[in-house]
Design a protein. Structure first.
Lengths: 219, 293
């Protein structure tokens, strides 16, 4: 925490958790999709569901998906802006097990048909946690360039990914590994100190056993 | 430059013979590895964002719930009648605090200071001061550094989140931060600054966070007005030479203890206090139905 967490951030109201955090969940999800959103189904949970209208939570998530940041004064008009871009969106209730009280589940389809399922949690003060991607638990803030690799749980994939990062002079800040079952679907979440170059990401997508590569760029 | 208490900020300032805000700025410079100019300009940007937010107030707007809007305009009109109960300065402080709280509820851009729910207190006290006393902008930014440092210590030793410490942690902290800034602007001593912090915070101890329907509207907006005028009260007492029997850092500790002892119902859950009054519950039932549609 520094003095600009005390005086700041500059944000569109009314709530750092229910508005600013919701914008950030939308923003990070849109970035993770990696292409313009064509369709979004947004499921709200807990306090996000109970108080969302009064806090502008729905508008905030859509604004984030459109690439707006929490201080963008167009946030209240996000529904109109999304409709103008031909984006279809709808809302519902999320059924999460032991979800954080301020959670949203986003089911996204991009322009090329790429899909992504994300559960984001708003932790307070505008900070968020991405708790699930495509059904597998994760745990990252969206404050770093983040590489998410879905792969089969086989020996060698971690080395392939970390060697690529080393080769591209990207330093790893944090790294987490998750798997659904032994030998089944696995995911690694790597927060980096530098941006990962595009050719590095493309290289990974061509490797056998790597099913999907998602990248959150802060650029 | 490291500090963990208000007393430490004061002692370091007196050892180095610089104003307290400088110690706070230097700590930020070291922590974030930025130049003096960079951090000063960042703080100036925060001040200017507050000013923009104040100017962008629209008295015709209502919040999505319909519970908030238009009250700042009413205070403005009343202040123009010449019948105000208070002097020009506290009247304008109150007006600006309500306006900012309403702007926040109406999804306008504000500066969290220290939170969105308490965003009206510090700008109200500072902007009204600049407007009426003709202070230059550099000094206003310096005062804002001082507020930030006080808030930093409160966040470290107690809390600035309603969910953790109740409303005393939000409006109370904002009020203490604003009181310190006012004493600085008026040329008060470092000692007077710390006593304004102590008195402002003492007056807000025990305040519950009990928002109706869980929204940052009732009672939050009007509490911004109370917190802002309370900052003026504390600053005026400190400048007059009145001293708090309990030092500022001990008051901050007290706020933490009270916050810990406070039932969860009174900490931003919307499950207690004003939120569960007959009217509060009726509003909640109404909005919950609306939310699910």
């Amino acid at each position: 925490m520094n003095i600009y967490d005390i005086i700041g951030p500059v944000m569109v109201g009314p709530s750092s958790s229910h508005t600013a955090g919701a914008v950030k969940i939308g923003y990070v999800s849109g970035k993770l999709l990696g292409e313009p959103v064509r369709e979004a189904r947004i499921l709200l949970y807990g306090s996000f569901l109970a108080t969302g209208v009064g806090h502008g939570t729905r508008k905030a998530i859509i604004a984030g998906l459109l690439g707006m940041k929490p201080d963008d004064i167009r946030i209240p008009e996000s529904f109109v802006l999304a409709e103008e871009r031909g984006i279809r969106f709808s809302f519902g209730e999320a059924e999460l097990k032991e979800g954080h009280p301020n959670s949203a589940e986003l089911l996204l389809t991009g322009e090329t048909g790429k899909t992504l399922e994300i559960v984001g949690e708003s932790l307070g003060g505008g900070r968020i946690n991405i708790a699930r991607i495509d059904g597998i638990a994760t745990n990252f803030s969206g404050d770093y360039p983040t590489l998410i690799v879905h792969n089969l749980d086989q020996p060698g994939h971690v080395t392939e990914v970390t060697s690529m990062l080393g080769h591209k002079s990207v330093n790893i800040a944090t790294m987490q590994l998750y798997r659904r079952s032994r030998g089944g679907d696995a995911v690694m979440v790597i927060e980096c100190d530098q941006e990962v170059p595009e050719d590095g990401i493309r290289f990974l997508t061509h490797l056998e056993g790597i099913q999907k590569v998602t990248y959150l760029s802060l650029l | 430059m490291i500090y963990h208490s208000i007393e430490e900020i004061r002692n370091q300032a007196e050892e180095k013979q610089v104003p307290m805000w400088r110690i706070i700025m230097e700590k930020d410079r070291e922590e974030r590895q930025v130049s003096q100019e960079e951090t000063f300009e960042t703080m100036r940007a925060m001040y200017l964002a507050m000013k923009q937010a104040d100017q962008a107030y629209n008295g015709a707007l209502f919040s999505p719930s319909g519970l908030a809007g238009g009250d700042g305009e009413k205070l403005h009109a009343y202040n123009q009648t010449g019948n105000s109960l208070m002097g020009v300065y506290p009247s304008l402080v109150m007006e600006k605090a309500v306006k900012m709280g309403e702007s926040n509820a109406c999804m306008k851009r504000i500066v969290a200071a220290p939170t969105a729910g308490s965003c009206g207190v510090i700008p109200a006290v500072l902007l009204a001061y600049e407007e009426l006393f003709g202070e230059n902008e550099e000094r206003m930014v310096e005062a804002l550094f001082l507020s930030a440092g006080i808030g930093e210590v409160i966040a470290e030793n107690a809390s600035i989140a309603g969910a953790a410490g109740g409303c005393q942690a939000e409006i109370g902290s904002a009020s203490a931060m604003a009181g310190a800034a006012l004493v600085y602007l008026q040329g008060g001593s470092n000692e007077a600054i710390t006593h304004a912090v102590a008195m402002a915070l003492k007056n807000m101890l025990g305040l519950a966070c009990d928002p109706v329907c869980g929204l940052v509207e009732v009672p939050c907006i009007k509490r911004n007005a109370a917190g802002a005028v309370n900052a003026v009260t504390a600053a005026q007492m400190a400048l007059a030479g009145i001293r708090s029997a309990i030092p500022a850092d001990e008051v901050v500790d007290t706020m933490r203890r009270i916050g810990n002892e406070m039932p969860v119902d009174l900490k931003e859950t919307g499950e207690g206090g004003l939120a569960v009054t007959e009217t509060g519950k009726r509003l909640r039932t109404h909005f919950e139905a609306e939310n699910k549609n």
